[in-house]
Design a protein around this ligand. Structure first.
Ligand code: ZN
Length: 354
């Protein structure tokens, strides 16, 4: 009778179990080491010997029944949990996935490669030069002795080692390449990063890329330089482009020139020496060239005899031309970008346009 009561009590309580914790508690209450069933088994010793086998069999049968009921309940709880999580965490596997972002070359890198490819077709090799320079190579050997006023053109990042600085232009590479190849002819482009201690604005950055070009030989003239740059401008900006040469000054070239290309936006006419300006009305409203009809693209000139001599070449026998441009500026002109700071912003909205 006691065992039958225990069975009914256990099964009735199991009916009320609805989670794992309650099931564990039920398990220890009835089937645990000090549970009701163990207590029932202990009473075996108090029974008369002839009743013990039958009682023992009944306890064992009850234990089997309770274990079976426990397994059944476990399976039921598991099924219920599965159904709950399927309903709560439903996943529509037919939804399209999130696209993987694909990288691409930075616009500054693209433009740099475009420039180098054009000069490669013209026979120029790439020569890479160091970004940390000494004062001697960055200034003095390029015809800028310590107190030369032209040094004021660049505010310079000096290192804590006296006389060692971050190059302000790619021109010191001219000295390195000349000393390496002298007295052979040279036709190289020198790309790379330059550094100036300047206020960061829409038009100036403290770091920027430059591409320098250098050609040395025994019969090189200013017309070779102009022909080279004119070809470059047409290949880079389009076949219709014309260039304009203006007089300028750089310490390391003589004579020095600055080169403009006619505006790619308004196709501005040359306000010629006679003052004729056929499309002045169209040019004046142009935001890119500010109504001048021309865009300044680079500085150039014939290599100064002092620089040639410092490179190891005899200026009586050799001549050369050099030019330098900023790929970022070229990209700004070509793609009408108004702020040079965008190149370092890592903004995807900007980068994804190229
Ligand atoms: Zn224009």
């Amino acid at each position: 009778m006691e065992l039958e009561q225990l069975r009914q009590q256990a099964l009735a309580q199991l009916e009320q179990v609805h989670d794992e914790a309650a099931l564990r508690s039920w398990n220890s209450q009835f089937l645990g080491k000090n549970g009701a069933l163990t207590q029932a088994l202990k009473r075996l010793a108090q029974l008369p010997p002839q009743d013990r086998p039958a009682y023992g069999q009944q306890v064992n049968a009850l234990k089997e029944a309770l274990l079976a009921a426990l397994e059944h309940k476990k399976a039921e709880l598991h099924q219920r949990e599965l159904a709950r999580s399927l309903a709560a965490e439903a996943l529509d596997v037919t939804l399209p996935g999130r696209p993987v972002l694909r990288g691409r070359l930075h616009p500054a890198t693209q433009v740099m490669r475009d420039i180098l490819a054009i000069f490669a077709e013209l026979g120029f090799q790439v020569y890479r030069s160091r970004e940390v320079e000494d004062d001697l190579t960055n200034f003095e050997l390029l015809n800028m002795p310590p107190h030369h006023p032209a040094r004021d053109l660049w505010d310079t990042f000096h290192t804590t080692t006296p006389g060692v600085l971050l190059r302000t232009h790619t021109s010191p590479g001219q000295i390195h390449v000349m000393r390496q190849y002298c007295p052979r002819p040279i036709r190289v482009v020198l790309p790379g990063m330059c550094y100036r201690y300047e206020q960061i604005t829409a038009r100036s950055e403290i770091q920027f890329q430059q591409v320098e070009g250098l050609a040395i030989g025994e019969s090189i003239s200013l017309s070779d330089l102009i022909g080279t740059l004119s070809t470059f401008a047409k290949r880079f900006f389009g076949g219709e482009r014309r260039i304009r040469i203006r007089n300028s000054y750089f310490p390391f070239t003589e004579p020095s020139i600055e080169v403009d290309v006619d505006c790619i936006l308004c196709q501005g006419e040359v306000p010629g020496p006679s003052g004729s300006s056929g499309t002045a009305a169209a040019a004046s409203s142009c935001t890119l060239c500010k109504g001048t009809g021309w865009l300044e693209i680079l500085g150039a000139g014939m290599v100064h005899p002092v620089v040639l001599r410092h490179g190891g070449y005899d200026p009586e026998r050799f001549q050369g031309f050099a030019f330098g441009m900023g790929p970022q500026r070229m990209a700004m002109l070509k793609y009408a970008i108004h702020d040079i700071r965008l190149f370092w912003s890592n903004a995807r909205r900007f980068l994804e346009q190229f």
